[in-house]
Design a protein around this ligand. Sequence first.
Ligand SMILES: Nc1ncnc2c1ncn2[C@@H]1O[C@H](COP(=O)(O)OP(=O)(O)OP(=O)(O)O)[C@@H](O)[C@H]1O
Ligand SMILES: [Mg+2]
Length: 348
Amino acid sequence: MTSGLGAVLRAKGYPGGMDLSNWEILASHVAPQGEGVVVCVANQKGGVGKTTTCVNLAAGLALAGHAVAVVDLDPQANATTGLGIDHRTVERSSYNLIVGSASMEEVAVTTSVPGLTCVPSSLDLAGAEIELVAAMEREHRLAESLAGASERYRIVLLDCPPSLGLLTVNALVAARDVLVPVQCEFYALEAVARLLGSAERVRAALNPELRIGGVVLTMYDARTRLAEQVALEVRGHFGDLVYDTVVPRSVRLSEAPSFGEPVVTLDPGSRGSQAYRALALEVVQRYGLVRPPTRLPAPPGGRGYGTRAPEPDGVEEAWPRVEPWHPRPEEGAPAPPEEEHAAGGPER
Ligand SMILES: Nc1ncnc2c1ncn2[C@@H]1O[C@H](COP(=O)(O)OP(=O)(O)OP(=O)(O)O)[C@@H](O)[C@H]1O
Ligand SMILES: [Mg+2]
């Protein structure tokens, strides 16, 4: 039925399929604990599920207790709308990050999902690519603006427009990983080859740290053989890079943006929600994300004797057990009596 991903890639100049030997692969290089990571969600093909993945994966991660930010880099502002923000009314946006006129804290706005922050897009962004053409270091603008973000957010997801223009290049330079949504249909496969080709050029020239963070199969329609074949071929080529979770085609996923809410909170029981929550769990595992301990505010005056109780797993360190329990006998003093059970007595 399909002529095969291998054939497509060969036709595009990738003999023997995609050569991934130069790439650092996230699967084997997780981020050190506590370090935030910037992930660029990119595919220059339109309508493959970049924004849906960004919004719902971010919400899934936030619900799992992680501090997450979505940066909408698409002038279409779909991620902004999908998170319930009216892009026509925002004063500052990702445009300001790109031109360097505001910091992440100044542009980030809270969303209805606890722990999830969004840097909205605005109409100005449409002109940013033209404005940047003559700018110095124009590919590094976003990276500079996001430099401190990894201290504040465990994951920053960059939602890219469907092009390989300067906005996507800025995202690839700012990111540690590129996550590629692949729609389960034939032409989507060519797009992956082209995207990874461009990402490889960015990696070689501008961001040697860039890794392939993974491939997500989206809009899987179990009724068609093509979807199954595409999924098999993508797995055959990209192996462990492909997340186990497959996002099904689901009407609820396509309706959710009109409610300005991710499907994971709008309709938690829906298939789309379950898929994105499963994907979020896989991302947590792949990145070794540790949920920050919930810190209760100290009651006034502290607890008990004015000391703040340590966290449960820090008790040993905060209050080390004194060994041996009995005070050391003075030199020449008689030894303390043996414990009952140590002498064969009944255990208590
Ligand atoms: N799993 C899915 N099931 C059904 N509809 C979906 C699914 N994923 C995305 N859609 C719908 O498909 C359309 C395109 O999805 P989305 O906007 O996420 O793609 P995109 O790659 O961000 O598009 P663009 O390239 O235009 O930015 C949207 O209308 C979205 O609601
Ligand atoms: Mg989009």
